[in-house]
Design a protein around this ligand. Structure first.
Ligand SMILES: [Zn+2]
Length: 357
């Protein structure tokens, strides 16, 4: 019994010792393996903590270890930067290439769908003229939507003296009488008054003018006279018959194409409204006079505008006429002067029935 017990006890003790030794051996092995594993993170940690060491690195630029670490960092950063760099350009190239290839198609199809919205956003859009906007835009692809709307509103998609409309309210102060808008042949202004002799040239003729236009001219002429400027009417109201006589004379002498540049066909002359005057000298030389310079500065204060400005023939239908002035009232004249508009444009923008204003 005792010998058996002792043998078992010794076996147990030996087994315990063996287990303990094995455990120690395993721990030793584990520690051996952990050390290199722990060493690696410490190196990584050192790399991560490099920002703190950077000043030292710059100071001790000779230390190869830190330089190597810097190089590692640079390599990592450049790798990260380089990756997107080669990816992005091909992506862009592909996109731009596809955009360029698609552009012609994209330009054509969306425009047709977007144009109506674009026109409606312009200030002077008229729903009733949508078809004309589209046609004019197709014929003039370089024009913006705003340009298209304004020019179509001025009927510039039509040839002069076509699509003529008879003026409904010819006695209106802001009546537009041009190559698209014709006064009734039997129209005579209601408030014509004879121009006092001292306010028109001395040629023995009688001049009539709208009362308000005449009063404004008298005031303007008086103020100009105080500054040494002489302003005298050389043409005022004309009847339809007299305008027909004048135009036919110019047409016969110079041909229709030339006559149309400086003379209106009957029913189309502003002089028939009683609101237009020619001042001092019906010639281009009038532009070089002090009277013209004075008018340029002051006419709007009396409600007069230069009706056919220089380089506006495509809009007005008439060559530059430095002598021809139209009475529109001071408010409108001031807007036209400050915004450098023709009356045709002003009308298309602010008066034309059906616009958004
Ligand atoms: Zn005139």
């Amino acid at each position: 019994m005792n010998s058996l017990f002792l043998r078992r006890l010794t076996l147990i003790l030996v087994g315990v010792v063996v287990i303990l030794l094995f455990g120690i051996a395993v721990k030793a092995v584990v520690i051996k393996f952990q050390r290199p594993i722990n060493d690696e993170p410490t190196q990584i940690v050192e790399v991560e903590n490099e920002p703190d060491n950077e000043p030292e690195v710059t100071d001790n630029s000779e230390s190869p270890d830190m330089n190597e670490n810097n190089e590692v960092e640079v390599e990592v950063e450049t790798e990260i930067e380089e990756e997107p760099v080669p990816v992005v350009p091909p992506g862009n190239e592909i996109e731009t290439e596809t955009e360029n290839e698609v552009e012609p198609e994209v330009v054509v199809t969306p425009e047709i769908e977007q144009e109506p919205l674009y026109y409606e956003n312009t200030s002077f859009f008229m729903e009733s003229r949508m078809d004309r906007y589209k046609t004019y835009a197709q014929n003039n692809p370089s024009f913006s939507a705003a340009e298209v709307v304004l020019k179509v509103n001025m009927n510039l998609d039509y040839d002069f003296y076509t699509h003529i409309v008879e003026i409904e309210v010819p006695d209106d102060l802001l009546v537009l009488c041009n190559k698209f808008n014709q006064l009734p042949s039997d129209f005579t202004p209601k408030n014509l008054e004879e121009v006092p002799i001292e306010y028109h040239v001395s040629d023995g003729k009688v001049y009539d003018l709208d009362r308000d236009a005449l009063n404004a001219f008298i005031e303007m002429s008086n103020h100009a006279k105080e500054e040494g400027i002489s302003l005298k009417i050389i043409s005022a109201y004309r009847s339809n018959e007299f305008q027909a006589y004048l135009y036919n004379k110019y047409n016969t002498n110079n041909g229709e194409k030339n006559a149309d540049r400086y003379s209106a066909r009957p029913g189309h002359s502003e002089h028939e409204t009683g609101l237009a005057i020619d001042i001092n000298d019906v010639s281009q030389a009038f532009e070089d006079t002090k009277a013209f310079a004075w008018l340029q500065e002051n006419a709007h204060d009396y409600g007069y505008i230069l009706r056919y400005p220089k380089n506006m023939e495509m809009i007005t239908g008439y060559m530059y006429e430095p002598w021809h002035y139209r009475y529109v009232g001071t408010e409108t004249a001031t807007i036209i002067k400050s915004e450098k508009l023709t009356f045709d444009a002003y009308y298309a923008m602010y008066i034309l029935p059906g616009n958004n204003r």
